[in-house]
Write a protein that binds this ligand. Structure first.
Ligand code: ZN
Length: 275
């Protein structure tokens, strides 16, 4: 079985300080937290940035730069920058794709629209076409986020049309209140739909976090952890750092007998080369 790639999703765009005082907001906090995750064994960090006044997610290029530069200087992490902006509050396409200017190795690619957080997370066909085109032009590999099975159908059609290149990399987002549930059966079904050559990782939202991580571990998939997806380390107890989640999954993976991929090993597994 391949080594397991651990992704840390540091902050997202939705969790606020009211929900947990430990959520990183400023570029410094986000970069520090990412470095902690790297030290703990994460190969990839998934990066959003926050508007410093409102605390909400933003697609401000300068803020992204303030996270990306120190991480490139101090770590060999693979960076996966978000293009979702603020899910459910839909920013203009050009704002959403601004993070690609920094030429990350990976960027999120949400392969369809879905209800999310009381609104619609809008990813219409013209956005997907434009995002795929821009990522190809800049040499950024799409991390195809899948909230429901129809999004796989969409991604495979875009591959057939030459808009997405193989090997595809999928990130299954299971257990939102509006999409595919975080159950073993749900994950097994989604895995049946993706091509043999594809790689995949799984996110279990909230209480789905550990069960889906365990499924990823035993099925040979990869695993995303972090406060974007889950803020509790055990029932009712808030995680104080993102590294706590990474440390736990690294510990479990080692006990289970599956090795954890370094960033360069993750690059090889995903078909990426380090410049
Ligand atoms: Zn995200």
């Amino acid at each position: 079985m391949d080594k397991v790639i651990i992704t840390a999703a540091i902050t997202g765009s939705r969790i606020t300080r009211e929900q947990t005082p430990y959520i990183p907001y400023t570029p410094e906090e986000i970069a520090q937290s990412a470095i902690g995750c790297w030290n703990a064994g994460a190969a990839i960090v998934h990066v959003h940035v926050r508007d410093l006044k409102t605390g909400l997610g933003t697609q401000d290029l300068e803020l992204f730069r303030q996270v990306v530069e120190p991480l490139r200087e101090k770590t060999d992490l693979l960076l996966c920058l978000t293009t979702s902006g603020i899910a459910g509050r839909n920013l203009p396409v050009k704002d959403r794709l601004v993070s690609l200017e920094l030429k990350p190795e990976l960027a999120s690619f949400d392969a369809g629209s879905i209800n999310l957080g009381g609104g619609v997370f809008s990813n219409p066909p013209e956005f997907l076409d434009e995002a795929a085109r821009a990522m190809k032009e800049k040499g950024v590999k799409p991390e195809i986020e899948i909230f429901d099975s129809g999004m796989i159908v969409t991604a495979l059609r875009m591959r057939d049309e030459g808009k997405l290149d193989e090997p595809l990399h999928f990130q299954f987002v299971l257990g939102t209140l509006w999409g595919a549930p975080a159950t073993p059966k749900s994950l097994l079904y989604l895995c049946e739909l993706i091509p043999e050559s594809a790689t995949w990782s799984v996110i279990g939202i909230g209480i789905g976090h550990l069960p889906m991580s365990m499924m990823g571990l035993i099925m040979g998939g990869h695993i995303r952890v972090g406060m974007e997806d889950n803020i509790y380390c055990t029932r009712g107890e808030l995680a104080k750092t993102n590294a706590q989640f990474v440390e736990r999954i690294v510990r479990i993976a080692r006990e289970y007998g599956r090795e954890v991929a370094t960033p360069d090993e993750a690059r090889a597994l995903l078909g990426l080369r380090k410049d």
